[in-house]
Design a protein around this ligand. Sequence first.
Ligand SMILES: [Zn+2]
Length: 283
Amino acid sequence: MNIEDWLNKHGIDYRQRGAWFQVHCPNCADDKYHGGIHSDNLTYTCFRCGKLPFRQTLEAICLNDPVAVLDLYHVSKKETYYDYTSREPMNQTVRLPINTEEITEKHKKYLRNRGFNPELIACLWKVKGTTDSSDYPWRLVIPVIYRRQTISWTARTVVNHPLRYANCPEEWEVGSIKDALYSYDMVQRDTIMVVEGATDAWRIGPGAVATMGATITDRQVSLIGAKKTRYIVLDPDARDKAEKLRDRLRMFSGRTMIIDIDEKDPALLKNEDINSLRRLLDR
Ligand SMILES: [Zn+2]
């Protein structure tokens, strides 16, 4: 999806001048098309405000409409367009915690406090929630969807329970988390970014996959190796592990790069760092 498709699909008022798509700037609330989106560089520059962060500004233009925000993940110079929203799981035979429902205000507040857009998390990653009427009370239920099937889940507490993540009991699973990669279905091109946890993958967006735990199985290595361009984004204290993974990927064609990050956890990265990681995935 290119920028013109995105503006048209979401009914955003613009004028076009060559490669520039001019819109009402959400930052200075102008009504004269002062904001300029450059369709080749994917940058945003306002006549009054100057250069502003591309993604956040466009999110503000569409007023955080989750589908429009979601579609921003597909905005690129390239024409390739993949509609993730159509990728509903084919079946749900995995057993979920009792009373797994849509996320409530309490779950949304937890997500907002961690810097996530709750609507986006629910819509894109199919995250659900539980309340006190569950065998896993007050958790985000994070499905592991692989080849369009929910094979397992993990459940993150939203109330400071000492067990932060509760994993799906083995006998409830359709397949092991360790035979798949979290968010692998959303890798749209031949570029993949490997992170450790599901929330790291949410932060970076489609194209990032999580190994879900410290050990990386041979099956996971071959799934990663099937992609030609591979980035490893692990915590700084896991440098050894990143190098070991890169060594294990040497038998596959393509290339593997380790990205060093300053934060102790990719989920804590600043927006500008996240944007540069996303740009690597868009290449
Ligand atoms: Zn402006």
